[in-house]
Design a protein around this ligand. Sequence first.
Ligand SMILES: Nc1ncnc2c1ncn2[C@@H]1O[C@H](COP(=O)(O)OP(=O)(O)OP(=O)(O)O)[C@@H](O)[C@H]1O
Length: 537
Amino acid sequence: MIRIPLPALWTDKSWRPALIIALVTALSGLLLVGVSGWFLSSVALAGAAAGVGATAGAAAFAYNYHLPAGLIRLFAITRTAGKYAERLAGHAAALRDQMKHRTRLFRDMASARTVYEDGWQLSRDDQLGAFIDDVEKVEFATLRASLPAMTGMVLVAVCLVATAITAPLALPFTLLLLVVVAFYSRHMAEKAAQQCHDAQQVEADWSRTLGRQINALVPLAGNGDRKAALAGSFALIEQSTHSRSEQARLLAGVETATGLAAPMLMMLTIGIAWQTGMTGETLLPAIFAGFLWLAAGEAVSGLPRLLLARAQARYAEQSLESWQGAEEYARDSTTPLRLTVEQRDVYSPIGTKLCTVSGFTAERGRAVAITGPSGCGKTSLIKEIAGWTDWRGKTPAPLGARRIVARSICHLSLHDAAIMAASVRDNLFSSADDTSLWQALETVELADRIRQNGGLDSALEQDSLSLGEARRISLARAILSREPVVLLDEPGEHLDAAQAKRLMQKLLVECRNRIVVYVTHDERLAALAQEQVHMGF
Ligand SMILES: Nc1ncnc2c1ncn2[C@@H]1O[C@H](COP(=O)(O)OP(=O)(O)OP(=O)(O)O)[C@@H](O)[C@H]1O
């Protein structure tokens, strides 16, 4: 199980000073409010006494203000200084731990089976973002929240002892209220974390699909799929907004409950002490304890967020587990990456049944060429493999998990290459370095043309390239893409036969570690694949 161990706050040398300072700071805050409450009440009592009897005025002025006033200043200064010192010591210890854990977690992730199978460490910024998010959540809950949680518990214990001594009859009610608030807060924080988790899942799906849908608007414009595809994405945004607002509502409930608990505990302690007959000076200790509760309430006001952080960290731990290291697997470079298409009916993008295709399996380094007469459904088939369309009889299948995964692992290059009015660099759809971009342009025999045109930052437009050149830009995109599956529709279109063959040979070498499936009418191109699948009516 991938876990960041809880810091050993007391035994670990780097955490111990932080813990001591945090406790001193928290106790100073508690005593500051407790002594202030006690002081105000004593002054009020002395003032009240001053109004009665002959010696009253003298009694009021004989009251010793100096000791409590001095203590209040001492606690206030200690609390302020302690807050700074606690931050310095706590952050230093947390950063040290963080460095240690991150090295281990990132090493595990890099060699994880899932990462290796999908090849996403090379290209999937969204997956990497999700991984870093999870690591941060677990770190926050363990490294940043354990210290406040520990000091919060100590403060509550101190308040309970003070209540037990000063107003013992209030203790059972106090404990009952604490247990109710604790259970309610935990339950609601769990629900809020669930909502947050749901929202994140949906947002991840959304960012994955929308980007791809927008990229594919041009080729999909003709088949009426665009509207439906975008509507699906916008429904996801609505869903995530709902989850987010539900999360905020639940958290507000917890914050209200914990915010009200402290004044209620204060009133409970003082009220019950008063009910049992304590008045005047005998009530002062209970007032002191009551004010301690008030101060503890302020100190643990971050509790709902800590509970939420803890609950979120559990989800994050679960997803981190899927990156568990599988080093033997990563070392085994012969492990095949396989794409299996079972025998199936092929439908057009509007749901017309076209033909039945026999099953085939494409593997890394073993390309598959699909051939067949015009209109038999070759393009429709690779669109479906890529998750763009999915017809079952007369009904389009919803954008389910299979299609989302398919879209995320397939690079689909359609025959009508769209050229954007943008630079060559932008048109290559890649964040690779310039050397790799030039290398891809060399492979598709376009480097000289682009150099003459002004280089990677020169402008392109749909009309500024010949059809064959646009086709070659599209092939360069396929080479530069990082998805493990490359699907090409008519890669040799608009190229002369010799050039088409040369380019396809080079592309297959460049993509030897990926799965390549391509549709072609050219028998010489089809012969370059390790397997040919013939489709027909
Ligand atoms: N967006 C669309 N709307 C309606 N019909 C479509 C659409 N796309 C394809 N079709 C129809 O589906 C059938 C198969 O088209 P598809 O492009 O898959 O065939 P193909 O085998 O790739 O043909 P070719 O070799 O001519 O490119 C054709 O009859 C075509 O008219």
